[in-house]
Ligand binder design. Structure first.
Ligand SMILES: NC(=O)c1ccc[n+]([C@@H]2O[C@H](COP(=O)([O-])OP(=O)(O)OC[C@H]3O[C@@H](n4cnc5c(N)ncnc54)[C@H](O)[C@@H]3O)[C@@H](O)[C@H]2O)c1
Length: 258
């Protein structure tokens, strides 16, 4: 079940966090993994008998080269995970044009370039998953540039699902809420965010990179042939509404003020 044997899979941002967990999971499921990252992942690629292609996803020529190199090495592309991303934290009154451009260049254009240049090599059909965020389905204070870039990913995912359907390529995106990765740890309020997110989630915990990787795995597997154009939240249930734990915490705070 969910075998990826014989598939060639590219994972951008495969050197850390969600991307790394996906690389390892795909390898275990039998895929040939191609790791695309700005940081050197030669050793990891050797360990997994895969390929590392140094790639800045914001640079179109480098993404084009990534697809060409993969095709030359393995003769096809079956799976593309556009996952590399950055995150800028700033309130709107301090958000600059540069913040907006940077987040769009990596998060949104990176996804566009990936899909644009991979499709011609996906000759046997296949699947694409883009990593958006729950910041792409609702607002998050202090993350205007990031949230806008993630809302845009959901938009292009739906357009790509329509355009690539005739090629038998399914296109979806995953929308995680906070995940315990180095990216989260690098945020100023990272620890507080972990506490708030696990209280706000009905399941009472924060996602691990492996949790997101398993959803991505399901979405790209042949066992999931009819899902396309979807943005799937992976958030412990937090977008369903206010958790009981969160309501109790708020209620307690109000009582304490009386
Ligand atoms: N961690 C979270 O809380 C969270 C929540 C929702 C969505 N996401 C999204 O998940 C994705 C992965 O995030 P993560 O938390 O695993 O982050 P991470 O920082 O652990 O890993 C990101 C990887 O992407 C690489 N990268 C960064 N910029 C790049 C570029 N221009 N070109 C190529 N590679 C680049 C980094 O070198 C790193 O290996 C991102 O798109 C992020 O926005 C993360």
């Amino acid at each position: 079940m969910f075998s990826l044997a014989g598939k060639v899979a590219i994972i951008t941002g495969g050197g850390s966090g969600i991307g790394l967990a996906t690389v390892r999971r795909f390898h275990e499921a039998g895929a040939k993994v191609v790791i695309a990252d700005v940081t050197d992942q030669t050793k990891l690629a050797q360990e997994l008998n895969g390929l590392y292609v140094q790639t800045d996803v914001a640079a179109e020529e480098e993404v084009k080269n990534l697809m060409k190199r993969t095709y030359e090495e393995f003769g096809n592309i079956d799976i593309l995970i556009n996952n590399a991303g950055i995150m800028t934290e700033a309130p709107i009154i301090e958000t600059t044009k540069e913040d907006m451009m940077q987040n769009f260049q990596v998060n949104t254009l990176g996804v566009l370039y990936g899909m644009k240049h991979a499709i011609k090599y996906m000759k046997k059909g296949g699947a694409i998953v883009n990593t958006a965020s729950t910041a792409g389905v609702r607002g998050v204070p202090n993350y205007a540039a990031y949230a806008a870039s993630k809302w845009a990913i959901i938009g292009i995912t739906k357009v790509a699902a329509l355009e690539f359907g005739p090629n038998n390529v399914r296109v979806n995106c995953v929308c995680p809420s906070s995940v315990e990765t180095p990216l989260l740890a690098s945020q100023e309020g990272g620890e507080l965010e972990k506490l708030i997110v696990s209280t706000g989630a009905p399941l009472g915990k924060i996602s691990k990179p492996e949790d997101v990787a398993s959803l991505i795995h399901f979405l790209v597997a042949d066992d999931c042939p009819m899902v396309s154009g979807q943005a799937i939240n992976i958030d412990g249930g937090s977008t369903a509404g206010h958790s009981i734990a969160m309501m109790e915490a708020v209620f307690q705070g109000v009582v304490n003020k009386l």
